[in-house]
Design a protein. Sequence first.
Length: 507
Amino acid sequence: MAVKFEIYRGGERVRSYAPAGAVAMGPESVPIAGDIVFRDGLLVVDRGDEHAIGVSLLWDMGEAGAYALETTRLRHREQPYNLNVELARLRLMKIVQKQEDWNLFDFPKAEKFQQLFREAQELFAEALGKLDEPAEAAKLADRSMALSLELSEQLSMFHADLLLNRRRQAGQFARHIIGCRVDPRVKNQKYRDTLTSSFDYAVLPMPWKQLQPEEEVFETAAVDEWIEALNRRRMPVIAGPLIRLDEAEVPDWMFIWEHDFETLRELAYEYVQKVVQRYRKGVAVWNVAAGLCGNSVFPLSFEQIIELTRLLVSQVKNMMPGARTLVTISEPFGEYHAKVASSVPPMLYAEMVAQAGINFEAFGLEIEMGVPKPGMFTRDLFQLSCMLDRFSTFGRPLFLTAVNVPGKSSPDPGDMSEGKLDPSTAGRWHRAWDPQLQAEWMEAVYRLALSKPYIESIAWTNLADLNQTMPAGGLLDDLLQPKAAFAKAQELKDRFHQWSRKSPAST
């Protein structure tokens, strides 16, 4: 037996449907392995047992946008569920939970949201009363969901503004708060000058595959030049991730050790040792490892993943006892866990790393969305806020080391995928992606993130549209002319500097 759903659009039963970004969901919204197909007019979700299960998939909300949305977990039964109703049910449940978490139920200025919440609740109650008329129930659920989506984003930003004001009054912002990641292969002087004159710090990747293309060969000239240039301008550098075990960053010569953990550990240890030794005087923060919990290349056990994390952080600390170190979560919504059985859900990995006595200072986090890749389908602001809240319990600061969305809604032949990523198939935040929307999203997400007292800084992923990670993802175009998001980044940097106790000139 499986969990089955009927799907309705505009009051009509959908007879043909291709689920996008669909994954089965287990407890605590953790993606799990499961088969998801549309057959005989039903969306069928099957994990091979009788445990309750939910589904997350890209869901078009019309003018409100299109997002990866989730149902509650449901019991297996012969009668199909109404997908529209179950998506609306979970969002209302989450709103109730977060209003309690955020102490908004009795907050005087939050009263204006209660009427919208009651309207969404009443519509949902009507939908439940018409489950024997599924088309009508779906229409009511869709209206409830539209109100809930609007309300949840409004609540997220209202709560963010409350916390921002508290943080501003307490002078709790870091001195170096708005940064940008660079591509060390770019040698253009204007590119460098723009970076050093426009941001508080630089994130400088040190991909293993590029720095050590062959086992005994290191090619460091590009990184050497960048470190020298950044140090000359006295710009703080976050270096890394040093180790990221995915196909794009693992050297080709490493794959012969796929089933040899001891050799992998030794080679990673040696690489980190050489890189840290070479750049120890020029780096402020070491992003030691990213995405280890995804376990997509090497079949490591949970214990080996934690051991490797501990070893790599210890290696940096042994060489530089005073160094600040990060352990980074690459896909915080964890879709990879539905595909790779030996992987570890991101929040479980973060919890275990925080409790395992590993001597690291902060977590890193990457938030990139808007393209059709696992973990990168579009989410709304409420989902982002809820995800960030989960880091509040780990007792470590949080650095957002790569934040990005597309600047266009069509494929981009100039990005790293060479035009294979089509943002129009991965959802939209209110409307189709364009340069202005990219800037609007940046402002909303930066305000949302920096309202959280444990988030220290944010870096955009791509400085320019030069081998960028997603379509038009850069702050500058391919001619290094500033786009709307670049202007927004400067505006935000100036605003947060004004809010900090010390001016940037005094740092």
